[in-house]
Design a protein around this ligand. Structure first.
Ligand code: ZN
Length: 439
């Protein structure tokens, strides 16, 4: 199957439902930046795509950072004065602060309170808290529960382990005609949260699955890594590989029903920035383009000045700017099948540009060639817009002077890239156009 057929045959409903189902399958697992939850998640992903699971030992120096101890938790409960359960890790994994040290202790409510976290503005939600790099522990509760706690003796039982182990991440590389690469990166370090984490994991897994099924110009690298420490670790151990990345996207928060938001790479005008903006601008739907800022997800590391890679961030609701962010309300009802499918489609449309952009030369530049006698006015059947394709033939012929790429022509013509690409293919076939070899 050719890449173009992925677009022609794209079934939004089926893709959306399958993406939501996959997120649902992964939802109950307790992930963190290390530990068995990440391994379990990666094993499930590896059933769908050729995924290498890598283990980087605790204590490994990665630039200015060190791979931390591995964290796992068997059980954790907080019981009230009458022995009743106040918080239980088994009920909802957000109830335990991630990376909590082991604790087996009785204490008063006053001693306990500094270790309790809630969201007063959303009294029924459980917040998400972590303490990766400082030994601490805590329970996260609905504010309504916290407010109602009586004085008395509380029993804290946290059966966690912080041990020498490793940081686990997954890497799927699909070789293409060239060793130049497209990087897609998502984080797999959040426990039961859907938009921040699993939407990106589901869409990235499906992208890899689809791209594996077609011939590719580029080599594709899909990374499933713990946020921050994962990208730092990968970059520290793959400096040469990073030099081969021509285009990249960090993908997360792509399942809520808000419109897409794209944060440009640090360079700001790279091909990935222009391709995403073009695809979004063609849809006649709202979207937001933002300039790079050194805060957010792993684009912070890919775009650190020593690397300055052409990597942007694709989200729908942006990081930290939706109330459900980092809470139990970021659940499976918060992500929508149509939004997941729309995000997947958007990235495939971007891949179409990255795979097929190029500059061509018109071999018949003295006035317009006669298209009718070459059958070029009749060939446009099928689903695509015939008017677009006819216009695309004229635009491609006129601007194929070696100096304008197909994306630039599409931009100028305000035509969808697939129409420009299809016109180009037909003109090459008819002997009216040839590829301009890259300089
Ligand atoms: Zn997060």
């Amino acid at each position: 199957m050719r890449f173009e057929h992925l677009l022609d045959r794209f079934d939004t409903d089926a893709e959306g439902n399958a993406l939501h189902q996959f997120a649902s399958d992964l939802f109950p697992i307790c992930r963190s930046i290390t530990g068995n939850g990440v391994r379990q998640t990666l094993k499930i992903i590896a059933k769908r795509i050729p995924l290498e699971i890598r283990e980087v030992p605790t204590g490994t120096e990665v630039f200015d950072w060190t791979v931390p101890r591995e964290w796992n938790c068997e059980a954790a409960t907080l019981r009230g004065p009458d022995g009743e359960i106040v918080a239980d890790f088994a009920d909802h994994n957000l109830q335990l602060m991630s990376y909590s040290v082991p604790v087996h202790q009785k204490m008063s409510l006053d001693e306990l309170k500094p270790h309790l976290h809630s969201l007063p503005d959303h009294p029924d939600w459980i917040p998400y808290r972590t303490s990766y790099y400082r030994d601490d522990w805590g329970f996260c509760l609905p504010h309504s529960v916290l407010e109602s706690l009586p004085d008395g003796e509380y029993d804290v039982q946290i059966d966690s382990a912080l041990q020498v182990g490793s940081l686990t991440y997954g890497e799927c590389v699909l070789a293409g005609d060239t060793s130049r690469e497209i990087l897609i990166s998502c984080h797999v370090c959040h426990p039961s949260m859907a938009n921040d984490n699993l939407s990106g994991v589901a869409v990235t897994t499906r992208l890899a699955e689809l791209m594996e099924s077609v011939p590719r110009h580029y080599t594709y690298r899909f990374l499933f890594i713990p946020g921050t420490i994962g990208s730092i670790t990968w970059l520290a151990q793959n400096e040469d590989c990073a030099k081969r990345i021509d285009h990249g996207l960090v993908v997360t928060c792509v399942g809520d029903d808000d419109h897409p938001t794209y944060k440009r790479s640090r360079q700001g005008t790279t091909m990935i920035d222009r391709a995403v903006e073009f695809v979004l601008s063609q849809r006649n739907l709202p979207f937001v383009m933002e300039n790079f800022s050194p805060y957010g997800y792993d684009e912070r590391q890919y775009c650190s000045p020593g690397f300055d890679l052409p990597v942007g961030l694709l989200t729908r609701s942006p990081w930290g700017r939706f109330p459900e962010y980092h809470s139990s309300a970021d659940d499976l009802t918060f992500i929508k099948p149509f939004a997941l499918a729309d995000s997947l489609r958007l990235i495939l449309d971007v891949f179409d540009i990255l795979e097929n952009d190029g500059s061509y030369v018109n071999l018949n530049p003295m006035c317009e060639p006669q298209l009718g006698k070459r059958g070029l006015y009749d060939m446009m059947g099928g689903k695509q817009n015939i008017k677009d394709l006819r216009m695309a033939l004229l635009w491609v012929l006129n601007y194929s002077d070696g100096g304008h790429s197909l994306l630039e022509i599409a931009h100028r013509a305000r035509l969808p890239f697939p129409a420009i690409r299809a016109a180009c293919d037909k003109l090459v076939e008819a002997g009216l156009l040839k590829a301009q070899p890259p300089e």
